[in-house]
Design a protein around this ligand. Sequence first.
Ligand code: G16
Length: 547
Amino acid sequence: MTSFGKVVEYSAKHPKPANTTFSYGTAGFRTIGDTLESTLFRVGLLAALRSQSKQGKVIGVMITASHNHERDNGVKLVDPMGEMLQQSWESYCTQIANAETDDEVVQVLTSIAQTENIDLSITPRVVYARDTRPSGPLLQAALEDGLAALNANATSYGVVTTPQLHYFVRCLNTADTPVAYGEPTEAGYYEKYGQAFLRLVDGRSQPSKLYIDAANGVGAPQVRKLADTLKSPYFNIEVRNSDTETLGKLNIDCGADYVKSNQRQPAGMSLEPGSRYCSFDGDADRIVYYYADENGSFRLLDGDKIATLVATYLRDLVSTANIDDLEVGVVQTAYANGNSTSYIKDTLKLPTVFAKTGVKHLHHEAERMNIGVYFEANGHGTILFNPSAVSKLQNATPQTPAEADAIQRLWNLRDLINESVGDAISDMLLVEAILICKGWSLAQWDAAYNDLPSRLLKVVVNDRTIFKTTNAEQTLTSPPELQDVVNSLVAKYPRGRSFVRPSGTEDAVRVYAEAATRTDCDQLAYSVAGAVFDRAGGRGERPDEFL
Ligand code: G16
């Protein structure tokens, strides 16, 4: 029997739905969960092949649709260092997911194996996990069939957060090497990040309670496990929106995406001035903070605010550590608030670059920096210390206690962050540690700069694939002439900026706008969304709330 000898038989159990095209988008495959069975089976095959192409390194598979509605599901592959799948393999994913017959599935596998010169005698190793979605178990079973068809050595991590799975993959592949990342277990995860947090805050004043909206997703049980491990007054939390059992609650009126998009608190949280709040998304890879000011008005501390807080803290530590040529940089996307970018450039005097939406794009830009802080405005991001930064820290010879302390703090910070991917739990510990060290309230953090009023809207259209962009997704090249319309609308508003791009995770087109005043911003956002609706096949209700 050839290496692919069992594939046809297994594949026949998971037929591809007719007239459906799948595509590996911003964060893997993502669509209605019930349609994804064949895709999961085939992702199992591909994960095994990917492992073989990496000489048997462990590959991860995460079954989740993150911030999306509960009826959606999705899957993404995790590469050996816990990073997102190498982009050149994304087209293989799309190819195999769309193979029309079982024989064609084998043909695609054979062609990838030849192109990539893969040694098929290597035993593939794959680990996988899922979030709390109801379609998860069925999709997991299909994935397991794919792994069995290629005789993979496969291990389930059960129901965990997406970043935890990334962490496990990195730990497994670095075990017993000089860059060993940690214990590849849930307990190891809580221990590593929790202990780094405690080392950073030791001796400081204890913070007030942090209320966490867990989006009724997997972050709820996981963050409670962290609290149980830490048992520390420095980590005094209360978890809200933690119902992972009742159908229909995941991400509904709660979670980081809801809070960021609607710029209001989630259901189940009434904000008291002086209290502290944050929201995770459904698979706990994003986080945003918020509070009520003294007038009771809602104030959001999103991914841009987290990036600037973290970059400021790192910049100051690096300066105190007095290490030559150790630089901090920041990576953002077009969704970054214009005032955050000005603040990074003009006040912090740090380099900043723009990447396309999707942490996989930001991650690669951050790798080019010594210490790269990358965050999307939606609260998805982390920090990377590249090998040159690590060796500079290792070779540093501190001349004063202050220099030695700053270097130690940089090491602790590095241990505190999930370097494989954006992680709501580790990012929360990072923010908490910095606030505790600075003795800051959320209002003091917020005071660094004022956001320009901004608005993010979704427009549902007949076919979002007709939308093509360039210039880090800020300029439309298709549909024809739509960008000219956007430009003419933007020109009407002081400090106006707006762009349109197709979502890679939802069946919608996203419209972002910002301007000098709230009224101008909303008018700009809704007029651009209206133009998209009118000129590019809008479906459902026309977005015209403010016009
Ligand atoms: C995913 C990606 C993020 C991206 C978001 C929205 O987040 O990991 O990097 O910002 O989708 O993407 P889009 O605008 O293309 O729909 P998550 O939290 O849903 O995995």
